[in-house]
Design a binder for this molecule. Structure first.
Ligand code: SAH
Ligand code: SF4
Length: 350
């Protein structure tokens, strides 16, 4: 696909300008934007308010591809895990989680991931490419359509699927801004979370955007020796630089930073580690999210015992730091994010 015709990645203004360049009035761009993201039209043909000629010409000049669901798994608790096919045949995962306020969707930002974290399924398949803003928007659209074709039901977006969002910085920012547009998904910036393994320069860059989105930092270890073992990115950006960047993020945006910590039995779940973590985060306006680790067969870890997870939480809380244990959702279809795609590709490969 010619990049200039990647119509799904354009913001509303750009769509207006694009239509104008093609010789149509600018307002057609507004209409197109609404049709694509508010009405979630699957083809130009479905834009019934448009004259036939316009629909036809657009189909020829700016064809677009909608993500296709390859498999949809539904858990008893209502969690859905979608494997979606991109225009070039590659696949990404989308997870949709029910809450009392509506649904949140966990969006992938890359095909595969290059960060190589030792506990993660997504990193096993290396990054083959970045997703465009349009492909991320279309994950939200697909999630919505599979649950409720009539209504707009997605109210939160977490960039926590496959990939490192800050390694695809420009497309991710574009995605968030377009999804925020009131004529599209109309999602408040506060309803976005960007999760990063710790690309420090990009955390500063994100802070300077001054968007009130939540930053989640995947910490997983309270000291450099252990973190470098689990997450190679720590060798480039060690913990003190990561904490300084997180502090800066809070100062610039006023948003409390969330630290993700997946508990691995006998590796990072001791009381001593909990105290180290509390030392590290002392005085920082933040929240700790303890994640029960989802087993990945290729990785040699075990999830921590529930008792230890609770003890870990108690220690951190007693040190005055807000700390919760992430509710395990989608347990019977689980497979950590990234596994669904791998399983499918193993089945497909000879
Ligand atoms: N690449 C980004 C966002 C995607 S991963 C990041 O690393 O932050 C989303 C979260 O899931 C991260 O906190 C990641 O560390 C965590 N994670 C990865 N594999 C996991 C697993 N098997 N079980 C539990 N959490 C996992
Ligand atoms: Fe990539 Fe995040 Fe997985 Fe690390 S945890 S390999 S950064 S997706």
């Amino acid at each position: 696909m010619d990049k200039s015709e990647d119509i799904l990645s354009l913001n509303r203004d750009e769509m207006g300008a694009w239509m104008q360049r093609q010789g149509w009035p600018r307002y057609r761009g507004n209409q197109l934007f609404g049709a694509l993201w508010r009405q979630r039209a699957a083809t130009y043909e479905q834009i019934s308010s448009w004259p036939k000629e316009l629909r036809q010409t657009m189909s020829e000049r700016a064809p677009f591809y909608r993500l296709q669901a390859v498999t949809v798994q539904k858990d008893r608790d209502g969690t859905r895990k979608i494997l979606a096919r991109l225009w070039d045949g590659q696949q990404v995962e989308i997870v949709v989680l029910p809450h009392n306020y509506g649904y949140s969707v966990c969006v992938s930002s890359q095909v595969g991931c290059n960060m190589g974290c030792k506990f993660c399924a997504s990193g096993i398949l290396k990054r083959t490419r970045n997703l465009t803003a349009g492909e991320m928007l279309d994950q939200v659209r697909l999630a919505n359509d599979l649950i409720s074709p009539e209504d707009r039901i997605i109210s939160r977006v977490d960039l926590m699927g496959i990939g490192e969002p800050l390694d695809n910085y420009d497309n991710v920012i574009r995605f968030i801004k377009v999804a925020h547009d009131s004529q599209g998904f109309n999602l408040g910036y506060r309803h976005f979370t960007v999760s990063t393994s710790g690309l420090v320069p990009d955390i500063y860059r994100l802070a300077r955007e001054h968007l009130p989105i939540t930053l989640a930092v995947s910490l997983h270890a309270p000291n450099d020796a252990l973190r470098s073992r689990l997450m190679p990115v720590n060798k480039a950006y060690p913990i003190d630089r990561l904490i300084a960047a997180s502090k800066f993020y809070f100062e610039e945006t006023g948003r409390r930073v969330s630290f993700e910590y997946a508990l691995l039995a006998g590796i990072n779940d001791s009381g001593e580690m909990a105290h180290q973590l509390a030392d590290l985060l002392q005085g920082l306006s933040c929240h700790v999210n303890l994640i029960p680790w989802n087993p990945v067969p290729e990785h040699p870890f075990q999830p921590s015992q529930k008792k230890l997870v609770e003890e870990f939480q108690r220690i951190v809380q007693n040190r005055g730091i807000s700390c919760t244990i992430r509710k395990e959702m989608g347990q019977d279809i689980e497979a950590a994010c990234g596994q669904l795609r791998r399983r499918e590709e193993e089945l497909l490969s000879p």
